[in-house]
Unconditional design. Structure first.
Length: 366
């Protein structure tokens, strides 16, 4: 009998050797503020309607789902507005699959995708999985971007795809609309504006620029604002040709009937769910003000999370909080920790724990 094999024993791709699976810690602790989830589940009424929609969908599970998800795309277009129609919307299993479709269609061997660091930690994995070269350029010291920095980087690296997150994860900083407009006017690359946290921001959306720039893509998710992280629904708005390119590379029947049904119920209750967004944004801004008052460095954020630091030993602070049943995220620039906005009770627990720990901040001695 052959002994069990490990990954190095298998004929795995060379670029996967030595790699480990991505994943933020998933721990069952009382206060979970680490992956920017919405802490409020859908209301009992919405859950009841979702359950009824799933029961209805179950009656057709012997058949494949609508592979074009046309009704869902119509609902998404109506939600986004800006004169969008279903042929300019694409939907997939979370924004992860949206990005995978885009890089499968427009990336690949011999092509580059450009991003600006620090930024979302999944971007290099999308690139790796699609055999696309991942190149990065640092943001300004305050984590902002301007058109000159981006266009200079595009001329130097010659990417086919440019990824710009706004609000940016993990910093929460935004890219002004006029900067995005200038970037799109200055390149032939596909420019993907990742607006996963746009509903938390008061700044205008890049959706306003779609009619002016046929190679602009605006990516969104229902995981955050719609409290649907478990439902796995991401989507994009773009020119019909870009949507058609995604349709070519998607696997058939990629969106289950249940996913489509649940997402449509959530969209039907957008007003109720988005009311929670305003509350979470207020919690995040309140925590930022509190942290500044305690002497912490805080990055101005327009998302439902905050980078706070600079800790002399951020891992120890992360561990000390975890020992108290509070899970936040060790990510981003050195010395910083990322805190997702939670319920008022959760945020009060975090503030009390930090006061109790009184961690060493660079430049300060407690």
């Amino acid at each position: 009998m052959r002994s069990p094999e490990s990954i190095p024993d298998l004929p795995v791709r060379d670029d996967l050797r030595g790699q480990v699976a991505y994943g933020a810690p998933q721990l069952d602790v009382p206060v979970r503020l680490n992956v920017n989830e919405n802490p409020y589940p859908p209301s009992p009424l919405i859950r009841h309607e979702m359950a009824a929609a799933v029961v209805t969908a179950a009656g057709t599970l012997n058949r494949y789902p609508d592979r074009e998800a046309l009704a869902l795309r119509q609902d998404l277009a109506a939600y986004l507005g800006h004169g969008l129609t279903a042929d300019r919307i694409w939907a997939a299993n979370g924004s992860n699959e949206i990005m995978a479709h885009l890089l499968t269609a427009f990336g690949g061997p011999g092509r580059r995708v450009l991003a600006f660091t620090p930024t979302y930690s999944m971007y290099p994995e999308y690139a790796r999985n699609t055999c696309t070269e991942y190149v990065t350029v640092p943001r300004h010291p305050d984590f902002t971007l301007d058109a000159r920095l981006v266009l200079d980087a595009i001329r130097e690296t010659e990417p086919t795809v440019v990824l710009i997150a706004t609000p940016n994860n993990p910093t929460g900083t935004v890219v002004p609309l006029e900067v995005i407009d200038e970037i799109c006017s200055g390149t032939e690359a596909i420019v993907v504006i990742d607006e996963a946290y746009q509903e938390f921001s008061a700044k205008p959306s890049a959706l306003e620029l779609l009619d002016r720039h046929p190679r602009l893509v605006v990516s969104r998710t229902m995981s955050k604002a719609f409290a649907l992280a478990g439902g796995r629904l991401g989507y994009l708005a773009a020119a019909p040709a870009i949507v058609d390119a995604c349709r070519i590379v998607r696997l058939p029947y990629h969106l289950s009937a249940q996913t489509q049904a649940v997402a449509r119920v959530a969209l039907a209750h957008a007003d109720e769910l988005l009311a929670q967004v305003r509350q979470l944004a207020a919690e995040a801004r309140g925590f930022e003000a509190w942290a500044r008052g305690r002497g912490y460095a805080v990055i101005d954020s327009e998302a439902n999370f905050t980078l706070v630091g600079r800790f002399a030993d951020r891992h120890q602070v992360w561990q000390d909080l975890l020992d108290r049943g509070i899970l936040i995220r060790e990510t981003g620039p050195a010395g910083f920790l990322r805190v997702s906005a939670g319920t008022p009770s959760e945020m009060a627990t975090l503030r009390a724990a930090l006061d109790d720990l009184n961690p060493t901040i660079e430049g300060n001695t407690p």
